[in-house]
Design a protein around this ligand. Sequence first.
Ligand SMILES: NC(=O)c1ccc[n+]([C@@H]2O[C@H](COP(=O)([O-])OP(=O)(O)OC[C@H]3O[C@@H](n4cnc5c(N)ncnc54)[C@H](O)[C@@H]3O)[C@@H](O)[C@H]2O)c1
Length: 341
Amino acid sequence: MTAQQPLAVGLIGAGRMGSFHAETLAHRLPGVRLAAIADPAPGAAQRLGDRLGCATTYTDIGELLTAPHLDGVVIATPARTHAGLVEAAAKAGKAVYCEKPMAVTLAEADRAIAAAADAGVPLQVGFNRRYDPGFRAAHEKIAAGAISTPQLLRSLTRDPELADPARIPPWTIFLETLIHDFDVLGHLNPGAEPVEVSAMADALVRPDFKDRGLLDTAVVTIRFDNGALATAEASFQAVYGYDVRAEVLGSTGMLTMGDIRRTHLTAYGPDGVTAECVTYDQHLFHDAYVAELADFTDSVRTGRTPSATGEDARAALSIALAAIESVTSGGPVRVGKPRDL
Ligand SMILES: NC(=O)c1ccc[n+]([C@@H]2O[C@H](COP(=O)([O-])OP(=O)(O)OC[C@H]3O[C@@H](n4cnc5c(N)ncnc54)[C@H](O)[C@@H]3O)[C@@H](O)[C@H]2O)c1
């Protein structure tokens, strides 16, 4: 890469999220080029490449990882493949952006972080809420002392629909959904460390899948070392839309963020007041998803640390693992050294 040449980034995983990131790399970021795509599903990488004008496609991920012309890679494969791919990409000298969760055990999180540090490459994780204007402004205000000491925090995620319960691996609600909320709660309580976690979870949307390990509804409470108390909750089915919100009550004020309204239109009629809801993550977080890759590519160019790191991923994972342990044991779990899965 020189000052004149665009940054060459490869994509691994040409599914729903990977396709959005590929479009961002191909069209939405000046000075960035979608230079290769890899996906083991026959034809997946090539179809996406054809659509976006990327001629270099692979079904063998290893070929992309060793391709010499790439400055960085974006990983958007299923969760349990992430840590190994981060490690392999870093060892191949590539800067890494990885979708959340970066890892599902602390041991593999540590290996991924160490691989990036040893290779001297940036490692960014897909905690897109940090890049949403409301969440970003809240973090900046809290860090600047605008509401003094955070005392009570909450974060929630509700997906609109549980389409295919058979495809959801065990503990997904903690490892893949609430992982965002755990990150948000730490980000909105800067400098504080979680010390105790309790969790309850059940299959309320699809009770018929509970005996196959599905948990689709969960509430988690977290105590932080600055005294703040927090709740995170998630549901895989909120019939009205894709609902992501957070709130922080501090000793001198309160901040709320997240808005499910799709537009600023509010319709008033004989039956009452209505507004259209967001029903899709790529609508709610369109700009945040673009901003996180802008941050990543800027980090690759400048060498600065990205705004959501491997350590941040590990911190959120440690809460997720404690929540899982709490559901299993039925009691509160001290955070610090939670048991790996
Ligand atoms: N940040 C967010 O808000 C957000 C939203 C959606 C998805 N995600 C994350 O993005 C990732 C992908 O989710 P998705 O919804 O795009 O899934 P998806 O199933 O649509 O796509 C996954 C792709 O990975 C490929 N793949 C399967 N096994 C692979 C392997 N072993 N190695 C490499 N590629 C493999 C599949 O062929 C598929 O094309 C997940 O980690 C998910 O948590 C994040």
